[in-house]
Design a protein around this ligand. Structure first.
Ligand SMILES: Cc1cc2nc3c(=O)[nH]c(=O)nc-3n(C[C@H](O)[C@H](O)[C@H](O)COP(=O)(O)OP(=O)(O)OC[C@H]3O[C@@H](n4cnc5c(N)ncnc54)[C@H](O)[C@@H]3O)c2cc1C
Length: 342
């Protein structure tokens, strides 16, 4: 399965920015040609839009599946690429992309992980999912010092005091999960009813009734306090009554919105937030960098998963020439080569 590794320095043939369905399938196509892949995704899990936005929705236009739930498709892709043992850095955003003297590349994430590779495949979809931040003074000052917008490793919160905010599935699901681990959980929601799944909302209400969590409805976190590290949140209700709650972490879970982000600074030809590619092999204007899936554009482009899969296949055959130092890939059906391995 695709496990996030902690290594801060990774060497590989192909680095795929984005572990959505198209980035995952690129690992398969590259694997058939014996190229190693490393995936990087800003989200803590693989699956891109499918896992983040619509995991439980059925998709009807994947060839061979009359219908399949989005998360099941991601799980199947994960299983399909397992024979190629891809490595991954999850929960980190690629910030820098440099070309080295020998024409290979160095990528660096916001957490300092460096990946050295011969080919870069941008499968960044709509861009990085950036957290929607609450309007609280000094918020940025405490980022990484008690404020977390995504939960990468829940164990970090074991035995801690937490204030979560939000009314969607993410806030509800994490409240339920973290209530088992943390010393104290406060959930703050600006409304009186939740947008998330009714079943999860019921469980959260029941935990509040049993005093296992502290639930603050019709309220917002209006200020944060600390001394280098965050140590308290001020919660204010609609009647303007405020309470100060001691906390180790403030976790606002107001959803994520995609932004092209650093990709816009890499000297790639862009057309309205999408990367212009050559449809022969989905290469960009920078040799060695390819763009596949929702992130690219060309005449007639359709932002569909199946189009991204096709692009991944053509990209891999072109990338092989770079990775192998100019050799032509030999084209063989999987039925002829047998079960894929690496
Ligand atoms: C509600 C909904 C329903 C849909 N239904 C269908 C359907 O029925 N059929 C269909 O074919 N398509 C459907 N789509 C579209 C489909 O989801 C997309 O075409 C598909 O997700 C594109 O896959 P991708 O791998 O290119 O990008 P994504 O799934 O967007 O994945 C891209 C990944 O790249 C990561 N990323 C971006 N920039 C960086 C960076 N700098 N560093 C690290 N990571 C980065 C992002 O975090 C993200 O996880 C639907 C979309 C939505 C929103």
């Amino acid at each position: 399965m695709v496990q996030s590794i902690e290594d801060k320095r990774v060497e590989t043939d192909i680095c795929t920015i984005g572990a959505g369905p198209v980035g995952l399938f690129a690992v398969f196509e590259a694997g058939l040609l014996k190229m190693r892949c490393h995936l990087i995704d800003a989200l803590p899990q693989i699956g891109g839009q499918l896992s983040e936005i619509y995991p439980k929705k059925p998709i009807y236009d994947i060839p061979g599946y009359p219908d399949i739930l989005a998360q099941d498709l991601v799980n199947n892709l994960e299983q399909q690429i397992a024979p190629f043992h891809p490595t991954a850095t999850l929960g980190e955003r690629v910030e820098e992309l440099d070309r080295l003297e020998d024409d290979s590349f160095r990528l660096q994430t916001n957490e300092g992980t460096e990946v050295f590779c011969k080919v870069v495949v941008i499968a960044g979809g709509l861009g990085c999912f950036e957290p929607r931040k609450p309007a609280v003074e000094n918020l940025e000052q405490y980022e990484g010092k008690g404020i977390a917008y995504i939960i990468k490793n829940p164990e970090k919160f074991r035995g801690k005091k937490l204030v979560l905010a939000g009314g969607g599935d993410s806030a509800l699901d994490w409240t339920l999960y973290l209530s088992e681990l943390a010393e104290e959980v406060t959930l703050v929601h600006r409304g009186s009813t939740f947008r998330g799944a009714p079943d999860s909302a019921e469980k959260v209400m029941s935990l509040a009734d049993q005093k296992k969590i502290n639930l603050q409805l019709n309220a917002n976190v209006t200020a944060i306090q600390g001394n280098g590290m965050l140590n308290a949140c001020v919660i204010t209700d609609k009647a303007k009554n405020s309470v100060t709650v001691d906390t180790d972490y403030f976790i606002p879970l107001f959803g994520l919105s995609p932004k092209l982000g650093p990709i816009a600074d890499w000297n790639l030809n862009l057309d309205r937030n999408a990367i212009v590619v050559n449809t022969e092999d989905y290469s960009t204007n920078v040799p060695g960098i390819y763009a596949i899936g929702d992130i690219n554009t060309y005449p007639g482009k359709l932002k569909l998963i199946l189009c991204g899969f096709h692009e991944a296949a053509l990209m891999s055959h072109s990338a092989y020439r770079i990775v192998s130092g100019g050799k032509k890939p030999s084209f063989k059906y999987t039925t002829v080569n047998g079960a894929p391995t690496m």
